[in-house]
Write a protein that binds this ligand. Structure first.
Ligand code: 13P
Length: 249
């Protein structure tokens, strides 16, 4: 399976900084058939990123958030169609910062997944437990509940969804799940995706949370980990270059 190395730039890299980043990164990135590089750019930078990477194989541009309505009086929001027009072909949904900073619910996450699929974009659904939930040994309950928004999708739709497991306590903290712990959760996620109707070969589960150049190798060495979703370490072209160049042998 092609591995996905996805950078989530969060609220960093406006158009000028994104162009400077790509200028440096693309000089040294040759691409490779065994991996794809995805950039989840801020909405205002999506078009710049899409235009800069146009024609480069194995690179996808995504947006970090969309609204589920097609248009209307939703100040500050971006519709799926607008994101697509700017060049996005994927979007993050249910990122822990959307859930815990902006109060996004599972119901809203489900609406976004459906709007994205209807608009032809790939939803990357983020799931993950908070520290207190992990300590209460509720990790799998939380993650499986968050996946329930995929209930009722038809086979074609669910096959287009990607999932990122990001334990909330590992995001931006320098702590990460051990590769073995992450693999256990990934196996449960994969089993649930298959139960929901996803073909096993389409079930791609990424890990996110303090992924760095020096730990990415041990994470992607796990058969259950099909890629990584990276925040802080995706912002510097040199560290990002080291991450996406990791050996997959
Ligand atoms: P960090 O890599 O900075 O921990 O962020 C992870 C994340 O939230 C990616 O979506």
């Amino acid at each position: 399976m092609t591995r996905i190395f996805a950078g989530n730039w969060k609220m960093h890299l406006g158009p000028a900084a994104a162009a400077a980043f790509l200028d440096r990164f693309l000089q040294r990135y040759d691409g490779s058939a065994d991996r794809e590089v995805w950039f989840f750019a801020p909405a205002v930078s999506v078009m710049t990123v899409a235009e800069t990477v146009r024609g480069r194989a194995g690179i996808r541009v995504g947006i970090q958030n969309v609204h589920w309505e097609e248009q209307g009086a939703f100040t500050g929001e971006t519709s799926v169609r607008m994101a697509a027009e700017a060049g996005a072909t994927a979007a993050l949904v249910g990122h822990s910062e959307r859930r815990h900073v902006f109060g996004e619910t599972d119901a809203e996450t489900g609406l976004k997944v459906r709007a994205l699929l209807a608009g032809g974009l790939i939803p990357m659904l983020c799931v993950g437990e908070r520290l207190e939930e992990r300590e209460r040994e509720e990790t799998l309950d939380v993650v499986l509940r968050q996946l329930r928004v995929l209930d009722g999708l038809d086979a074609d739709e669910i096959a287009r969804v990607r999932v990122a497991y990001e334990p909330v306590w590992a995001i931006g903290t320098g702590r990460n799940a051990s590769p073995e712990d992450a693999a256990t959760v990934h196996a449960a996620i994969r089993a649930e995706l298959v139960r929901l109707g996803m073909p096993v070969e389409a079930a791609q589960v990424l890990y996110g949370g303090s992924v760095k150049p020096d730990n990415v190798g041990s994470l992607v060495a796990q058969a259950e980990i099909d890629g990584v979703l990276v925040g802080g370490a995706s912002l510097d072209p040199d560290s990002w270059q080291r991450i996406v160049a990791v050996s997959l042998d």
